[in-house]
Design a protein around this ligand. Structure first.
Ligand code: HEC
Length: 183
């Protein structure tokens, strides 16, 4: 009796999974899902993405240990930030570039991001980026030391004014962090 009941349940579950799979496949094949960046996610999708992202970053950054002299290279970090992050994320009193306004998700301001993520989590995010968002991973083009310097600079961002930022830009005197890659 019991075995029969169990077999019936298992068959029902398998049929259910197959039907859901077929419906899912038909939906994907139909092209009805709108991939446009101008079409925004539902709140359920947003919740799923942000919860998955939070947990993924926490899990993957768990064993990363920040260097003791983390803040030593923050000026170098500014140079990298200024060239590679400012256009998308903006800065203190500085908006993102026009192209980034059309991105979805929008690149958030990083002013105050040091209170959202720990240095190790920021390191992981900057090194690896986020799939399907436009947030690049910088690990293939930058050393760990350079990435830690960017992490250090994000800590300063929260305490800087627009004027401070501009003064730092002037102090670089047009010097580029990426001269080699332009040649
Ligand atoms: C082409 C645009 C682009 C560039 C360039 C870019 N980012 Fe991002 N970044 C994004 C987007 C889009 C997101 C938002 C992803 C999301 O909502 O899940 C993001 C998210 C982040 C986050 C997580 C923010 C949060 O509140 O959770 C950090 C940290 C970050 N970026 C750092 C950087 C740094 C540092 C640089 C430069 C080295 C950089 N990004 C360059 C587009 C960009």
């Amino acid at each position: 009796m019991f075995i029969r009941f169990l077999v019936k349940k298992v068959v029902t579950i398998i049929v259910f999974v197959i039907v859901v799979g077929i419906i899912g496949y038909l939906y994907i094949s139909s092209g009805l899902y709108n991939v446009a960046a101008s079409d925004h996610h539902t709140s359920l999708t947003l919740w799923t993405i942000s919860t998955t992202t939070d947990n993924s970053v926490r899990h993957h950054a768990a064993d990363i240990v920040a260097p003791n002299d983390l803040m030593a290279d923050s000026l170098e970090g500014f140079g990298h930030y200024n060239e590679m992050c400012l256009d998308c994320h903006g800065g203190p009193g500085i908006g993102r570039e026009e192209f980034a306004e059309g991105m979805y998700p929008l690149p958030p301001t990083l002013v105050g991001v040091d209170s959202v993520w720990t240095p190790s989590q920021l390191f992981w995010i900057i090194k690896n980026g986020f799939k399907f968002t436009g947030m690049p991973g910088f690990g293939s083009t930058h050393t760990d030391k350079q990435i830690w310097s960017i992490v250090a600079f994000t800590d300063h961002l929260s305490h800087m004014s627009y004027r401070d930022y501009m003064a730092m830009q002037d102090s670089l005197g047009g010097e580029s962090m990426h001269e080699d890659s332009d040649k």
